[in-house]
Design a protein around this ligand. Structure first.
Ligand code: PQQ
Length: 682
């Protein structure tokens, strides 16, 4: 099937300001998405297209880690709160950057084995003098906002399963709401609510049904179970709510974005099909009880890692001359949805990136019209857009009520979905039912260059009423930062080229940039203190694409120490120079293994190692490049680390339960062969 390309048209349709973004009217940034509506729009207007040229660094704070930083900072009472790798929380004076306190929840680094997508965190929540954060090992922790002293610390997950938390909690009616991740590893997703005063659990809503023999938790689960086949519960089912939520105080509805199926391959998970509710859905719940109200499923029978956990925005739009209260989402599957947020009725949907898995979304049924070849399950491999990275991943978009546009950080990363003929379920481990080696980018150098060009990223200004693009800016690489738009008419986005960039909101003209020394994936925010408007963003290249493909991308950033950077008009501070450790590249041992051994090693590598160490063993630089590892020298040295966990305190867990000595031999042969191939990073 041919790719459906998005046409570019230049007429924006301005629409009304949202009625629900009350919080964004303050001078601070006290909630994750700016307000409950999650518009990521700042009402501040001191910084404009005319003066943004004078924007300069006010101060920067070194976060002391060189892994991905995805956090949205919060600003409350003159203090800015940000999280860094492995859930460290920092509280800084928002004007000067002086450290008030830091808190380390002491996450066991061996939990790294359960992380699909880097040791990241998307930020804290604030409520009633408390800072509340999720942790990678599945806890929810509250500390005193003034002192950083721990108030309570509760476990939110079944610790015998590979659950993780990377998302930011949201606060609704005195409750902290938190989901979790792990749908690549065989978990059953849910969201839970905790009393912010003492951490007591108040309710839990599962997103997929469990074993019917145990009875269903509620009517929504019984209804969902009718859409599943086989013995799905043995595989967890997935549906993790690992990132997005929004809240409408007027309707008193909490919206939760639900993730992909586990395993991805539906023919294993639910043989014979079915919609598999509530995978890839937006689910509306009563925040006081967790009771189900409605759902809209973006991808029925999900089989492509098409999460609907992407950022959701509430707004009021004029549709066919009528003001409508909508929820908007650009999930991984490539379609932009405008949905009535009181009822879940689909108002419109249009592809915002090229897609070749569905021709369109049927406006009557609200369902995608699939292209049959795309349902790869037990059939032939299929080269698809979007791939599992999505047309849009977790990087938040922004809605500007003045321009009426949604600014979306989009990506185009094709992927070959292929059935894993040798699939067997491995308790607690990477279990997608897809052949990861097929999903790897080609290793032939000529083809490889071609793919580099096909992989793209853009900042897309989208008109949600007319459902079409208004302007777009092409980036050098797909994995760029979240977005902020302001009443001053400026759009801010960081990128993989290590720059924070300002664009005109109405036409995308590039107005200003600042070199941050390392890539930016986190979203910027804005706040005002003593009459001055500030823009804050954390640098720190990372996240899933950075780890897997970062080393292959042209112009992808060098890793470097992450920082919180704060800008204001006339700011003149300078970043200190990063001291770059030069990478030692010792001559690898000679490659003596035969082609079959190397191919078996690649298979093992692609299903156990690639998500951290990088495609073709080319590291992003965030994690040691195995091709230059001294451990390659002997099989025993490698076994001590891979099987026995000699480096587990540094985040390299033991794989004894999964790999044998013989496997390590195959892996070693493949890595040595890759080292001798000399594929150059970038
Ligand atoms: N996390 C990132 C990231 O931080 O860069 C990107 C992704 C995740 C994905 O693309 C995912 O599909 C994903 N899936 C789950 C899951 O299925 O439970 C969790 C996470 C996560 O928690 O970070 C990601």
């Amino acid at each position: 099937a041919s790719l459906l390309l998005v046409a570019c048209d230049k007429t924006p349709t301005p629409s009304k300001a949202s009625d629900v973004s009350a919080d964004t009217a303050t001078q601070e940034w006290s909630k994750h998405g700016g307000g409950d509506a999650e518009q990521r729009f700042s009402p501040l207007r001191q910084i404009t297209p005319e003066n943004v040229d004078n924007l300069g660094l006010a101060w920067a704070f070194d976060l002391g880690v060189s892994r991905g930083i995805e956090a949205t900072p919060l600003v409350v009472d003159g203090v800015i709160y940000v999280t860094a790798t492995w859930n460290k929380v920092f509280a800084l004076d928002a004007k000067t950057g002086a450290l008030r306190w830091q808190f380390d929840p002491q996450v066991d680094r061996s939990k790294g084995a359960d992380l699909c997508c880097d040791a990241v965190n998307r930020g804290v929540a604030y409520s009633d003098g408390k800072i509340i954060t999720g942790t990678i090992d599945g806890r929810l922790v509250a500390v005193d906002a003034k002192t950083g002293t721990k108030l309570w610390d509760v476990i939110t997950v079944d610790q015998s399963k590979p659950y993780t938390i990377t998302g930011a909690p949201r606060i609704v009616n005195g409750k902290a709401i938190i989901g979790n991740g792990g749908a690549e590893y065989g978990v059953r997703g849910y969201v839970s609510a905790y009393d912010i005063n003492n951490g007591e659990m108040l309710w839990r809503f599962y997103t997929v049904p469990g074993n019917p023999e145990n009875g269903f938790e509620n009517a929504a689960m019984a209804k969902a179970a009718e859409t599943w086949k086989g013995e799905w519960w043995k595989y967890g089912g997935g549906g993790t709510a690992w990132d997005s939520m929004a809240y409408d105080p007027e309707l008193d509805l909490l919206y939760v974005g639900v993730g992909n199926g586990s395993p991805w391959n539906q023919s294993i998970r639910s043989p014979g099909g079915g919609d598999n509710l509530y995978l890839s859905s937006i689910v509306a719940l009563r925040p006081d009880t967790g009771e189900y109200v409605w759902h809209y499923q973006t991808t029925p029978g999900e089989t492509w890692d098409y999460t609907a956990t992407q950022h959701m925005i509430l707004a009021e739009l004029d549709i066919d001359g009528e003001p409508r209260k909508v929820i908007m989402q650009a999930p991984k599957n490539g379609f932009f949805y405008v949905i009535d947020r009181a009822t879940g009725e689909l108002l419109s949907a249009k592809n915002y990136v090229p897609v070749n898995w569905a021709s369109h979304i049927d406006s009557e049924t609200g369902r995608p019209v699939e292209i049959p070849e795309a349902r790869w399950g037990s059939k032939a491999p299929y080269l698809q857009l979007p791939g599992p990275m999505g047309g849009h991943n977790w990087h938040p978009m922004s809605f500007n009520p003045a321009s009426g546009l949604v600014y979306i950080p989009v990506l185009e990363t094709p992927y070959i979905y292929a059935n894993d003929e040798e699939f067997s379920y491995k308790e607690g481990r990477w279990n997608t039912g897809s052949d990861s080696a097929m999903g790897s980018l080609p290793s032939d150098l000529a083809q490889f260059k071609a793919v580099k060009v096909a992989v793209k990223g853009r900042l897309l200004a989208w008109d949600p009423v007319r459902q079409g693009p208004v302007w777009q800016v092409e980036h050098n690489s797909p994995w760029n930062g979240g977005v902020l738009s302001t009443a001053g008419g400026v759009v801010f986005q960081g990128n993989a080229d290590a720059k924070l960039v300002a664009y005109r909101a109405d036409n995308g003209e590039r107005l200003w940039d600042f070199f941050a020394q390392t890539g930016i994936v986190a979203p910027p925010i804005s706040y005002e203190l003593d009459g001055e408007q500030y823009i804050a963003v954390a640098s720190g290249w990372g996240g899933v694409f950075a780890l897997v493909y970062g080393g292959l991308m042209p112009a992808a950033s060098d890793p470097g120490v992450g920082r919180l950077m704060v800008f204001k008009l006339g700011g003149s501070a300078k970043l200190s120079e990063l001291s770059k450790a030069s990478i030692q590249k010792p001559t690898p041992p000679p490659s003596t293994a035969d082609a079959i051994t190397v191919a078996k090693g690649k298979q093992l590598y692609d299903s156990n190692c690639v998500v951290c160490h990088g495609d073709h063993v080319i590291s992003s630089g965030l994690i040691p490049d195995l091709r230059w590892s001294p451990l390659l020298a002997t099989a025993e040295a490698m076994q001590a680390v891979v099987l026995d966990g000699a480096l587990s305190s540094r985040g390299m867990p033991a794989f004894k339960a999964l790999l044998s000595k013989e496997d390590v031999g195959l892996l070693r042969a493949y890595i040595i062969s890759a080292a001798n191939d000399g594929l150059e990073a970038k």
